[in-house]
Write a protein that binds this ligand. Sequence first.
Ligand code: GTP
Ligand code: MG
Length: 256
Amino acid sequence: MTSQTPPEPVAGDEAVIDPSMLVFARDMRDAFTRMQMEHQFAVDEILTKVSILRQEFLHLHQYNPIEHVGARVKPPTSILEKAIRRDIELSAESIRAGIQDIAGVRITCSFISDTYRVLETLTSQTDVRVIQIKDYIANPKPNGYKSLHAIIEIPVHLSTGAVPRIVEVQIRTIAMDFWASLEHKIYYKYEGAVPDHLSETLTDAAEAVARLDQRMEDLHHEVKGIESGQPSEVWHAPDISEDVLKKMWEQAQASR
Ligand code: GTP
Ligand code: MG
């Protein structure tokens, strides 16, 4: 075979693929790879922010408001399935604009007050644009689901310049997270048609979670004084020699 010309598609012969379709498939694959990569970078940006908050908080207050951080980028097949379900045009631009949870970060805190504090600190940063906040803690879903959801946009700095990318951040307590992961498993096991008695038990459990969170919060406030004064595990004071310290003191005195 010396000819470079691909064969013409033959009617009724499914084995022959239209060459323009191959080009299209390759372009789509490239667009989706790029989309995955950019959203992974957006997740990385948020994870860095959360890590800084965590360490600074620990240093300043000897207290860590964040128990656990998880992240994921939705795989292309799930993105496409969701786009088809929602009747979104199957182009990279429409999908990016229409599906806001391609990049997801979940932050688990010990106490309810910490969830609000983390949300406020993260969303008040100047490079973070808040698109939407849903407070399912103050306004739980009918099934009892509680969590703070923030859809935010942050710039991702590529070689060609910065592009804004969207990340869905979920913030909740350990107890809320425990409930949500079990509810999620049950929901999937029954494909959405959860038997009434299980739904009722889950709603009861959600109320127990709310009571537990409140009691833990009360206890936390009561013992707050005990925590302060503990040395930070992350940062230790720099080991500055006496000579250098003396020089710093002299310079500080001279500049008064
Ligand atoms: P999605 O299309 O699924 O993203 O939902 P939405 O656009 O209505 O947004 P919403 O903020 O309600 O939910 C977003 C995400 O929160 C979901 O993908 C789940 O991860 C989580 N979530 C929302 N509701 C529930 C719930 O009732 N149970 C559990 N386990 N998770 C939930
Ligand atoms: Mg989702």
